[in-house]
Design a binder for this molecule. Structure first.
Ligand code: PQ2
Ligand code: SAM
Length: 234
């Protein structure tokens, strides 16, 4: 029997009308859908495309412990990949949902690493969150000869300072409880005044404000955009 195809489908940053036509077509025709969930809770990725999932589609929930320790998440991906492989072996295609873009800090890459040697894999890119945050803030990410660094706020404070201090423009992701640390760093670098905070871009409760006015603890789906020097796009 011919085995099924694994699709890694980006569903964008939150607004359902930022889902690509290709993603919508695959989700709308899916018999088996897989997605990551957090501590038994709901899936953000699934909520974005809930209106596109066919009634009666089989759903594979992969409960990923989002902890700093790698081993629990790895065990969850092992288990999820095994359940997906069963369906692929039976000839079914599996559509795996991923918030934003699947290969940009996305959970899908860990499933792909486990399944790509044995099965056909196709990846559908999605609107990645830095693009959505730049749009929300009406702020270019990079221009002309500028570089743009993508920096996780989960790094230790000294590493964060070295990296933000070394680049022209940065998007600092994964804020959550790390926001205070990021603000201390931009204060020391004299960049707080050039930094914008964006939370839940493209969703109805989106927030855009100067970093100085951001809450002390941010939601996980938020980031800071930093540019230094003169605005090169002027
Ligand atoms: C450890 C930690 C640090 C870090 O972010 O690196 C981390 N997630 C943390 C927190 C957290 N994550 C999420 C919320 C809910 C917010 C809410 O619902 O409001 C919260 C907040 C909370 O728990 O309170 C949701 C979430 N996370 C990812 C997706 C899927 C996606 O976006 O694709 C979704 C949406 C799922 C959905 O669709 O519903 C993906 C990833 N998150 C990872 C790690 C990697 C997986 C682990 C691994 O494989 O090791 C991976 C794959 C990215 C990677 O590999 O980098 C950090 C621990 C706490 C801390 O340190 O503050
Ligand atoms: C695990 S990464 C996933 C990134 C995703 N695959 C993408 O392409 O954007 C999660 C981080 O993406 C950022 N993020 C995702 N969606 C967002 C949104 N709608 N608004 C603001 N930040 C978002 C946040 O910094 C969050 O901590």
């Amino acid at each position: 029997m011919v085995t099924g195809t694994l699709y890694g489908v980006g569903v964008g940053p939150g607004a359902p009308d930022l889902v690509t036509l290709r993603a919508a077509r695959l989700i709308g025709g899916a018999a088996v859908i897989a997605y990551p969930t957090l501590a038994g809770g709901d899936s953000f990725a699934r909520s974005i495309v809930a209106g596109m999932i066919p009634a009666g589609a089989e759903e594979i929930r992969i409960d990923v412990p989002m902890t700093e320790a790698r081993a629990p998440a790895q065990a969850a991906y092992d288990d999820g990949a095994a359940r997906i492989a069963e369906r692929l072996e039976a000839g079914a295609d599996v559509v795996c949902l991923c918030e934003g873009d699947p290969l940009f800090y996305g959970s899908f890459m860990y499933l792909m690493a486990r399944l790509a040697a044995g099965y056909r894999v196709e990846v559908v890119p999605g609107v990645a969150s830095p693009a959505a945050c730049a749009a929300a803030a009406r702020r270019p990410l990079a221009a002309r000869n500028e570089g743009l660094a993508v920096i996780p706020a989960t790094l230790p404070e000294e590493a964060l300072e070295a990296r933000i201090g070394a680049v022209e423009s940065a998007v600092v992701m994964k804020l959550g409880r790390h926001l205070g640390k990021v603000r201390r760093v931009t204060d020391r670098l004299g960049l707080t005044g050039r930094a914008v905070y964006v939370a839940r871009a493209s969703l109805p409760d989106e927030v855009v404000c100067p970093l100085a006015e951001a809450p002390a603890i941010a939601p996980y789906f938020s980031m800071v955009l930093v540019t230094r020097g003169d605005d090169p796009w002027l």
